[in-house]
Design a protein around this ligand. Sequence first.
Ligand SMILES: O=c1ccn([C@@H]2O[C@H](COP(=O)(O)O)[C@@H](O)[C@H]2O)c(=O)[nH]1
Length: 275
Amino acid sequence: MTFIQKLAAAWQQNDTLLCVGLDPDSAKLPAPLQGQPDGIYTFCKAIIDATADVVCAFKPQIAYFSALRAEDQLEALCVYLRATYPQIPIVLDAKRGDIGATAEQYAREAYERYGADAVTLSPYMGFDSVAPYLEWKDRGAIVLCRTSNAGGSDLQFLKVDGQPLYQHVARMVADKWNTNGQCALVVGATFPEELAQVRAIVGDMPLLVPGIGAQGGDIAATVSAGKTANGTGMMISSSRAILYAAPDATTGEDFAMAARRVALQTRAAINQFRR
Ligand SMILES: O=c1ccn([C@@H]2O[C@H](COP(=O)(O)O)[C@@H](O)[C@H]2O)c(=O)[nH]1
């Protein structure tokens, strides 16, 4: 099954567009897990088990693991995810971008080492920096288009031939790079107008949409702007608002159940505007 097929099946099976981001911050882990050699794994596994029936994807952000020298725990989590929830795609948020020879190694890291179904990529170095990922025909390549941060406008809004750069990226990925139907784009929930513009350009291409929750993106505006005709088409991602939903996560008080509660609420809020 390809990444896109797996994603489409997860949208249906769990009736959801919600993606839970796995961004384990050592300072915010429940007190009993802080300083434990496998604390990050234990925390993320509990979040995964509590939300797996509510999500269409899990999105580990690699920096939160590598900064803590915890790549081994990310590897173990990916093994656990593939064995226990093989129907849920793993989106490795790594935002890679480099020359082809190096990109080949990054692709192996994402798809072979971590067994990710898809990886996030920067388009800045052009097609030959993305091509090595596209060689992995059953995997996804999710290209940054209109990111959720305010500073994304510095470059993404620059006018090129009268159009903002992010629209050129959307058109280039849809028309030229997506020959095997394995591409997706990142568009922030913090910019619903641009989300609607991108949706108009790329048809039904899946969009990874971070920016709800801690970044304050509006769910109604996001879903209305980004949904496809059949009410799918997005992985709407939330990390901190779900991971640290417990009133005081450092107490260790039922953090996984709090995460489930907020994930269920977020799925319901999204689903209200899908149909
Ligand atoms: O444009 C982008 C691209 C990626 N991200 C990543 O998504 C999550 C957001 O976390 P929250 O806690 O839900 O704000 C994080 O891993 C970012 O690196 C993004 O925010 N915006």
